[in-house]
Design a protein around this ligand. Structure first.
Ligand SMILES: [Zn+2]
Ligand SMILES: [Zn+2]
Length: 353
């Protein structure tokens, strides 16, 4: 008899169901792991509500077995798996490739034409489930210094990490981060790790801003209470504005504010999805200021690299975990999203051991 497990599938806006489904099997080069922690992402919420731009564009399709941030314990390995065994603690990439095409053969996994994203576009079954199946090439050992919660934070950290690609920061640099979600917090944490002289985080919720100070931000600005553009300029080293702007909030206003307080030659990293296009962004200041504006969505290789920073950095990221929610209460959490949102930085789903 086939073994089963519980998993959550979204069938349409506000229609998520916890169901009994077949448990994946450890065939070929596949690893089957028991999920221990699943991180709740804004993307998951937008799949649940239907507000994701990828739902509107048809790139994410219902039914969707969502969830892409997780850590777990290997339960079974396929006959071709070489470096993992049952009992190993693992985290994974947030995508799966075919492993056979020309791109995959050269290790350029991001160019694989049949790439599946875990729990999103061209959906690989996600981690609001008791078990996950992933090919060995996308699995990594979770260092013993890191907790399972931290393991589930590696995926959002691997996205934030992309914001810094090609950037060198010094003690003369000011970095401003917009957004108090996990990616915003982790961006501030990374900016400090990379040696920025001043790190400022802009948000709208006092309790969350206090957490930013705990993980390394030098200053926080509550944009509900003060003029954030003026405040960033005033706090920036030399009063010249921010040398690096990281927009993680998905708010069009935050993107505009970030451009308005950027210093000449600033790097502007956009690490968020926006529910809609923004049609009144002033481009001339970008040209005149010689800004470099880049999108950052993560890429192959980021996860183990940022994991190593998490292992080495004495400043722990765990304060960003604002909630632990048992798997059985996941649907209830999505139904009461407005309530959670007030205090949520990163909610983590826990599973019975
Ligand atoms: Zn995510
Ligand atoms: Zn491929």
């Amino acid at each position: 008899m086939k073994q089963t497990m519980k998993a959550i599938t979204v069938y349409g806006p506000y229609d998520a169901r916890m169901e009994i489904v077949p448990k994946p099997e450890a065939t070929g080069d596949m690893i089957v792991a028991k999920v221990c922690r699943t991180g709740v992402c804004a993307t998951d919420t937008s799949i649940y509500t239907g507000d994701s731009s990828f739902i509107r564009s048809g790139e994410i399709k219902y039914p969707c077995r969502f969830g892409h941030e997780w850590a777990g314990i290997v339960e079974a390995v396929g006959p071709e798996v070489k470096n993992f065994k049952p009992g190993d603690r693992i985290y994974t990439d947030n995508f799966v490739t075919c492993g056979k095409c020309e791109a995959c053969q050269t290790g350029d996994y991001m160019s694989c034409p049949s790439i599946w994203s875990v729990g999103t576009v061209n959906c690989w079954d996600g981690c609001y489930a008791e078990y996950m199946q992933m090919p060995e090439r996308h699995c990594f050992h979770l260092p013993e210094e890191l907790s399972m919660d931290e393991g589930a934070l590696i995926e959002p950290a691997s996205i934030a990490y992309d914001a810094f690609r090609g950037v060198t920061l010094t003690e003369k640099d000011t970095v401003v981060v917009y957004g108090t979600g996990a990616i915003g917090m982790i961006s501030a944490w990374l900016a400090k790790y990379y040696g920025a002289g001043r790190v400022i985080l802009v948000g709208r919720t006092e309790e969350k801003l206090q957490i930013a100070l705990q993980i390394g931000a030098d200053f926080v600005i509550n944009s509900r209470k003060e003029d954030a553009i003026a405040a960033v300029k005033k706090l920036s080293l030399g009063g010249k504005g921010a040398n690096m702007v990281i927009e993680t909030s998905g708010s069009p206003q935050a993107l505009k504010d970030g451009m308005a307080c950027a210093a000449r030659y600033a790097r502007i990293s956009v690490v968020s999805f926006y529910e809609r296009n923004i049609d009144d962004i002033a481009i001339d200041p970008l040209v005149l200021g010689c800004f470099a504006m880049v999108g950052a969505a993560g890429r192959y290789g980021n996860a183990p690299e940022v994991c190593e920073i998490m292992r080495k950095n004495p400043v722990k990221l765990t304060p960003v975990v604002s909630h632990h929610v048992p798997f059985e209460k996941t649907l209830e959490m999505f139904e009461n999203d407005a309530e959670y949102r007030k205090t949520r930085i990163k909610a983590i789903i826990t599973f019975d051991e």
